[in-house]
Ligand binder design. Structure first.
Ligand code: PXL
Length: 282
């Protein structure tokens, strides 16, 4: 067996393991990749609510990235939650000069509503980290915050093509605007602006009570597929197929107490390997 391709996620830890570093690692595993991690912060949360969080120092964040870059041949990198300008600068500094494909998921808030990023963090994204990326994957509120404007709101709502093009031109990188916030006729469209052209990726909207972890899983899948050598558009199409699988087969438990249910994306391998075949344990 040839050793797996190596990918790196730079992101926060989500203790309920649907989003963040945990989602990224599970997604890398689904794609048969060896995932490395540089942790930016520890988030105490459930899919319903962020309770608290603590940032790792920028020095330790940088040290994790540097030691991994010095040691491994990394095929692709993604970033997730980087809540402060000093984190964003630390990551930008550590990655400057590497030519590894970089996917930046500009995590500005949690799906449960908690804001993660200040206006200064938005500035640091725009001026320092995003220009280094191959592609960024904002949702609509994130793209509007990055552009610091909402004049794209016309009678039919925000215009994805204009927003994507404007952000792409401002940064000089490809932009994939994810469509979870604009669904029409049961269809969701992700809009890519890359090298002067718009591409749309449409699939049926799969309605779930919680979208916790979808952004992380999606951007990790794109990074992983770039690491495997696919071109950007192909990687995006394939990541969409992976998303449909994890959404359609998501599972739920009754909450430990109370009538609510708790949902999780299915980031498990399609079939668990039977390690015990032929052993006494079977
Ligand atoms: O889904 C955004 C996100 C990213 N990273 C971490 C998170 C969340 C949302 O909850 O906790 C660590």
């Amino acid at each position: 067996m040839s050793p797996p391709v190596v990918t790196l996620t730079i992101a926060g830890s989500d203790c309920c393991a649907g989003a963040g570093i945990q989602a990224d690692l599970k997604t890398f595993s689904l794609l048969g990749l060896h995932g490395l991690t540089a942790i930016s912060s520890i988030v105490v949360q459930t899919p319903f609510k962020v309770h608290s969080s603590q940032e790792i120092s920028p020095e330790i964040l940088t040290a994790q990235i540097q030691v991994l870059l010095e040691t491994y041949r990394i095929a692709a990198i993604k970033t997730g939650l980087l809540g402060s300008p000093s984190h964003i600068s630390a990551v930008a500094n550590a990655l400057t000069g590497t030519d590894i494909p970089l996917v930046v998921d500009p995590v500005l808030s949690a799906s449960s509503g908690t804001e993660f990023a200040s206006p200064e963090a938005v500035d640091a994204y725009m001026t320092e980290l995003l220009p280094l990326a191959l592609v960024t994957t904002p949702n609509l509120p994130e793209a509007l915050r990055l552009l610091r404007q909402n004049h794209h709101l016309n009678s039919e709502g925000p215009c994805p093509t204009e927003i994507t093009k404007e952000l792409s031109n401002a940064l000089g990188i490809s932009v994939l605007l994810t469509g979870g916030h604009s669904v029409t006729g049961g269809l969701l469209t992700d809009t890519l602006y890359s090298r002067g052209a718009t591409h749309e990726f449409t699939h049926p909207w799969i309605d779930l009570p919680s979208s916790h972890g979808t952004g992380c899983t999606h951007s990790a899948a794109i990074a992983g597929l770039l690491g495997l050598g696919f071109e950007l558009e192909q990687a995006i199409s394939m990541a969409q197929a992976l998303m449909i699988h994890v959404l359609k087969t998501s599972y739920r438990w009754p909450l430990k107490e109370g009538p609510q249910e708790i949902y999780a994306l299915n980031q498990l391998p399609p079939k668990p390997a039977n390690f015990f075949e032929g052993t006494e344990l079977e």
